[in-house]
Design a protein around this ligand. Sequence first.
Ligand SMILES: Nc1nc2c(c(=O)[nH]1)N=C([C@H](O)[C@H](O)COP(=O)(O)OP(=O)(O)OP(=O)(O)O)CN2
Ligand SMILES: [Zn+2]
Length: 142
Amino acid sequence: MNGPIGYAIRTESFNAAHRLHSKQLSDEENKQVYGKCNNPNYHGHNYKWTVTLRGPVDLQTGMIYNIAELKHAMQQIMIDIDHKNLDLDVEYFYKKVSTTENLTIYLWESITQLVPRELVHEVKVEETEKNSFVFRGEYSSK
Ligand SMILES: Nc1nc2c(c(=O)[nH]1)N=C([C@H](O)[C@H](O)COP(=O)(O)OP(=O)(O)OP(=O)(O)O)CN2
Ligand SMILES: [Zn+2]
């Protein structure tokens, strides 16, 4: 039977330090590419992240997914990153540059392990008031 498809959206906040620095580039190239964000002594952000679930609104419960469970999942993920240095404390970033693009993918990979994958529509991270990044689980074939 056809039924309504809805979106459930939850936002959480955390803060973390990082430095944009690629091990595949020389120090000079890193300075050129990342500018002030390559500062060896790191810098910090108050990040906001939003998970959007998309799915059928269950006829019995009236919910797509209990947002309290989404909240718990997001809080569990934040234990590893809140008040942390992403580059030093989070193993995922030992090999990946801690751009917000990569952070968004990290959060996507984390949330899809805790919430049914088929419901996760989008992860958005706001690094500053002006800069935000979105990942929807899409991969190019190249
Ligand atoms: N594609 C990306 N570009 C940049 C990223 C990133 O994650 N992905 N990150 C940075 C820096 O880490 C930093 O977060 C940017 O800070 P800043 O330029 O200060 O941020 P704003 O534009 O919001 O601040 P202004 O007020 O305009 O100075 C850089 N690039
Ligand atoms: Zn930054």
